[in-house]
Design a protein around this ligand. Structure first.
Ligand code: HSE
Length: 433
C-alpha cells in the first residue's frame, strides 16, 4: 500500500534511464505537485557497474540485477528502459506477475508481445504505461486513448522515425545518403542497428502500437508493408520538388476501410501538406477523426529528455491513481481486443505514383512506356522528359493518377524487362496528397 511516498524501481541506466533520473531530480517539485505525493527512485538496476557508480544513488540502492527490485515489496512501479525483447520481456512479465505496475519505453517489446503483456496486466489489475514507446515525449498514446476516446479514428499519417526524417531532410539540402546517415549517427538518433531505422522496422513497430490502439484490433508489426529509404536518390528528391512541388517524408500510414491499409515507406507529399513542415529528427502524427476532425501532434521523437518526459508522464499517471486509492486507474488495460485487423495486401492499395524511367532517347519510347502503363489501367497525370543524357539514357518522369499498386507493379516489371529501351530499374515512389 502507498504511504506518503510512492517507490519506483528503475531498470536500465542508458540514455533514457539517466534522463528519467535527472528529470525526476530536476522537476521533483512539479512531479510532487502533479502526483499529490512524493515519488522516489528507491532502487536502480543495470548490468554495467560503471553506470551504477555514475548514477548518483547510494550503493545500497544499486544492483546489477533487477531481481532486487522485484523482491522489494515497497516498490510499486517498475520502470523498464533496457530496450530489446530479451531481458526486458522477462522483467516486465515478472513485475506484472508480482502485481507491480510497469512503465516502459520499449516499442519492440510492445509490438511483439502486446497481447501477452496487456492480458497479464489486465488479469493482475495493474497498469502498463508506454507513452514513451512512440514519439517519446509527444503524448500520442494518451491522446488516442483518452483525449480522442469519443472518436472513431479514420486514418493516421505519421513521421515516426527521426533518423530517416533527418536523412531525407539533409539529402534535400544536398547531402548524399551516407553523409546524412553518418550525421544522424553522430547525433545519437539511430538505433544500435541503424538498419532498424533505415529499413522501416522502427516505424512499423510504432505504427503497430498506434494502429492497435486506434482500431481496437491488433495490427501486428509483421503485417505492415515496409519499404526503407536506402534506394532513395537525391536526384528524385530534387526533381519532385522543382517539377511537382513535392517533398519526401518517411511516412507511416494507417487507413480504416473494409480492409485496413498499414504501410511504412518514403512518400512524396505536397509542400502545403501539414507533415511537409516536419523536418530533421522531428516526428509528427496527423490523426483524422470522425468527430474532432484532423489533429496534428508534433515534437521530438527521440533523445534523453523527450523520452524521459514520456516515461515520467506514465509514472505520474500511475502514482496519482495509487494515491487516490483506485489501483492504477485508467492505465489498467481493458482486455486487449481479440483478433487481428484485416490488413489489405499492398497490391490492393491505391496510390498515386512518381515514376522515373531511365530510357534511351529515341522515337516511340514514350509511346512504348505509356502504352504499357495504359494496358494495365495506369493513367498518367503528368509527364516530363529531361534533356540530359546519362550513359546513353535520359530520365523520363511521370506522375500517375490514383492506381492500384498491383497494376503498377505488373506494368513496371514488363517495362523494366525491355532492356533495349529501359537502361535501369524504374524508380517508383508513392504520393499522398
Ligand atoms: N531510432 C529512433 C528514431 C529513436 O530515429 O526515431 C526513437 O525511437
Amino acid at each position: 500500500m502507498a504511504g506518503n511516498t510512492i517507490k519506483i524501481g528503475l531498470v536500465g541506466l542508458g540514455t533514457v534511464g539517466m534522463g528519467v533520473l535527472r528529470t525526476l531530480r530536476k522537476n521533483a517539485a512539479v512531479v510532487r505537485a502533479r502526483c499529490g505525493t512524493n515519488v522516489e527512485v528507491a532502487r536502480v538496476a543495470d548490468r554495467d557497474a560503471a553506470r551504477l557508480r555514475a548514477c548518483g544513488l547510494p550503493p545500497a540502492k544499486c544492483s546489477g540485477s533487477f531481481q532486487a527490485i522485484l523482491d522489494d515489496p515497497s516498490i510499486e512501479i517498475v520502470v523498464e528502459v533496457i530496450g530489446g525483447t530479451g531481458a526486458a520481456k522477462e522483467l516486465v512479465t515478472k513485475a506484472l506477475k508480482a502485481g507491480k505496475h510497469v512503465v516502459t519505453a520499449n516499442k519492440a517489446l510492445l509490438a511483439s508481445e502486446w497481447q501477452g503483456i496487456l492480458s497479464l496486466a489486465h488479469r493482475k489489475k495493474v497498469a502498463v504505461g508506454y507513452e514513451a514507446s512512440v514519439m517519446a515525449g509527444v503524448p500520442v498514446i494518451r491522446s488516442i486513448e483518452a483525449g480522442l476516446a469519443g472518436n472513431r479514428i479514420q486514418s493516421l499519417f505519421g513521421i515516426l522515425n527521426g533518423t530517416t526524417n533527418f536523412i531525407l531532410t539533409r539529402m534535400a539540402q544536398g547531402l548524399e545518403f551516407d553523409q546524412a546517415l553518418q550525421e544522424a549517427r553522430k547525433r545519437g538518433l539511430c538505433e544500435a542497428d541503424a538498419s532498424l531505422d533505415i529499413d522501416g522496422y522502427d516505424a512499423a513497430q510504432k505504427l503497430a502500437i498506434l494502429g492497435t490502439l486506434s482500431l481496437g484490433r491488433r495490427v501486428p508489426a509483421a503485417s505492415i508493408y515496409r519499404e526503407g529509404i536506402g534506394q532513395i536518390e537525391r536526384f528524385d528528391i530534387e526533381e519532385a520538388r522543382s517539377q511537382f512541388d513535392y517533398v519526401l517524408r518517411p511516412l507511416a500510414v494507417l487507413k480504416r476501410g473494409a480492409q485496413v491499409e498499414a504501410r511504412v515507406h518514403p512518400t512524396f507529399i505536397p509542400t502545403h501538406h501539414p507533415l511537409a513542415a516536419i523536418e530533421n529528427e522531428f516526428n509528427a502524427l496527423l490523426i483524422n477523426t470522425d468527430t474532432a476532425g484532423p489533429i496534428t501532434l508534433s515534437g521530438k521523437g527521440a533523445g534523453e529528455k523527450p523520452a524521459a518526459s514520456g516515461v515520467i508522464s506514465d509514472i505520474v499517471e500511475v502514482a496519482r491513481a495509487i494515491r487516490k486509492g483506485d489501483g492504477a486507474g485508467t492505465l489498467v488495460p481493458a482486455a486487449p481486443a481479440a483478433g487481428n485487423a484485416r490488413i489489405a495486401p499492398i497490391e490492393e492499395v491505391q496510390s498515386k505514383f512518381y515514376l522515373r524511367f531511365s530510357v534511351v532517347d529515341r522515337p516511340k519510347v514514350l509511346a512504348f512506356i505509356s502504352g504499357a502503363l495504359g494496358r494495365h489501367g495506369v493513367s498518367i497525370a503528368t509527364c516530363h522528359q529531361l534533356g540530359r543524357s546519362e550513359r546513353g539514357a535520359v530520365p523520363l518522369i511521370m506522375v500517375t493518377h490514383l492506381t492500384r499498386e498491383g497494376a503498377i507493379r505488373r506494368a513496371l516489371s514488363g517495362i523494366d524487362a525491355s532492356h533495349r529501351i529501359v537502361k535501369r530499374k524504374t524508380v517508383a515512389v508513392r504520393i499522398e496528397e
